[in-house]
Design a protein around this ligand. Structure first.
Ligand SMILES: [Cu+2]
Length: 469
């Protein structure tokens, strides 16, 4: 990535944060659509539409996606992934869904209770809307958690085309300390949250569908204007030959994942993926398998604790909290499943002082007293004051990455060659988060790209916007 797009991102972060603040009607730090609340009811005006999304190597991919009206907190455009629906537990949710695709489609809401639907025609899995038709779905968001929603019509093809989104149900309770939690137990408490809708795209399938739709329109096919469900157009591709070429986080490929939310040049991919946190904070990773393949999502720096799957805490009893949580450095994100994991990083146990303080931890007075703040004491006491245990290579022997501050110490800067390393403006640490299936961190076969982002450890004192820049 060149420095210029990164600098542009920095300006956009402020705008994105302001946008997120304005739309948050639920306790969400994730950007999305909060719909229209009315007492214990919440409604959304959604639609399905077509368009071209952009891969970071410049390839345009014809796609079908969900969208939300601006009144519902969306952009008014179809998007990949679909609008992240933000609701509170216990609310009755109504989705007024209009189909602007040339074929019939629908929405499934796995994990929700009391689902009913009206309008359109009954399909195999869900009530379906033909072209131009509207179906109204209603359900009760009984249980807090991370969920997906997706097409229930030709699901193998239509989820490939992009008809998948996230639904987040927030508990109405807070943690014992008044903070946020993902489920009704303090074992699910968190300081920050982020969303990874994990997908894969075979652009050849999308191109084949694009050609079929264009051919139907060019010939004025009767199926395009048919009102009976059985007579409407159905497009198809040989999915046994499926061979994905792009791998996405929230619908974007790296490095586009770093650009701000709602960036103008990605009108159909409004959500970014760049989690930022301070040392010691608990970052809730909401992960959704929205593609066709399993993706082993791997984080550097520390293991995470997977506390929930499919919107249910990994709990042995209703009061135990996530006592069946497991710790790993890779979460196997299976298609159709969701996972909640808590990731944190402190620098504890590294055997050196990440803040680079030159001091004596045993001194109680005088110039050698350690001046670490209480927040910086996430480190082990035995590490405070210890220098980095290796001699740094000379700057002539280093290849500087864009995110290197020039110093091995958190919040510090060192000498960098002119023009290098302009991206790390706060002296943060960047820990990679990516698919451990390494062929998925490419764009058009070129590394790096695809399913890859960074977890940014910001020094204490750096303000991190709630709106996730
Ligand atoms: Cu790695």
């Amino acid at each position: 990535m060149s420095p210029k797009p990164i600098l542009q991102c920095a300006q956009r972060w402020l705008i994105a944060a302001a946008t997120a603040m304005a739309t948050a009607q639920v306790p969400a730090a994730i950007v999305g659509a909060a719909g229209t609340a009315n007492g214990a009811a919440r409604s959304f005006d959604l639609f399905a539409g077509e368009g071209y999304i952009s891969m970071a190597d410049g390839v345009q991919v014809y796609s079908w996606g969900y969208g939300a009206t601006t009144a519902s907190g969306g952009t008014g455009l179809m998007q990949i992934s679909g609008p992240t629906l933000l609701v509170n537990a216990g609310e009755t949710v109504t989705i007024n869904f209009t189909n602007n695709l040339p074929t019939r489609t629908s929405i499934l809401f796995p994990g929700q209770s009391g689902l009913s639907a009206s309008g359109g025609a009954a399909g195999v899995l869900a009530q379906e809307a033909g072209p131009g038709e509207t179906v109204t779905y209603t359900f009760t968001a009984t249980q807090p958690g991370t969920y997906l929603y997706q097409s229930g019509t030709q699901p193998a093809l239509q989820t490939e085309m992009g008809l998948v989104g996230a639904l987040i149900v927030y508990p109405t309770s807070t943690s014992a300390s008044g903070g946020r939690r993902a489920y009704n137990h303090d074992g699910a408490a968190y300081d920050r949250e982020t969303l990874f809708v994990v997908g894969d795209i075979d652009s050849d399938i999308h191109a084949a569908i694009d050609e079929q739709v264009k051919a139907a329109r060019a010939s004025g096919a009767a199926c395009l204007s048919a009102t009976a469900a059985a007579d409407q157009c159905v497009f198809s591709a040989d999915l046994s030959k499926r061979f994905p070429k792009y791998w996405t986080l929230n619908g974007r490929t790296s490095p586009d994942v770093f650009a701000k939310n709602y960036v103008g040049e990605l009108p159909h991919q409004p959500y970014n993926t760049l989690p930022r946190l301070h040392p010691g904070e608990r970052m809730l990773l909401r992960m959704i398998g929205a593609g066709t393949d399993l993706h082993p999502m791997h984080h550097h720096g520390n293991n995470s604790w997977a506390i929930a799957r499919d919107g249910r805490m990994l709990a042995s009893t209703s009061t135990s909290g996530p006592d069946l949580a497991f710790s790993d450095y890779t979460i196997q994100v299976v298609p159709g499943q969701t996972y909640d994991a808590i990731w944190t990083w402190t620098g504890a146990g590294l055997g050196w002082d990440v803040y680079g303080k030159v001091c004596d931890p045993n001194a109680t007075s005088g110039p050698n007293v350690c001046t670490h703040t209480a927040q910086q004491r996430h480190q082990l006491p035995t590490d405070i004051g210890k220098p980095i245990p290796v001699k740094l290579p000379s700057e002539f022997e280093l290849a500087y990455g864009e995110f290197y501050s020039g110093s091995p110490y958190l919040g510090s800067f060192g000498i960098r060659p002119v023009g290098s390393g302009a991206a790390n403006t706060t002296g943060a640490y960047f820990h990679m988060f990516h698919s451990h299936n390494e062929r998925e961190v490419v764009n058009g076969g070129i590394f790096p790209g695809g399913m890859m982002t960074m977890m940014v450890i910001e020094p204490h004192g750096v303000v991190i916007d709630a709106g996730q820049p």
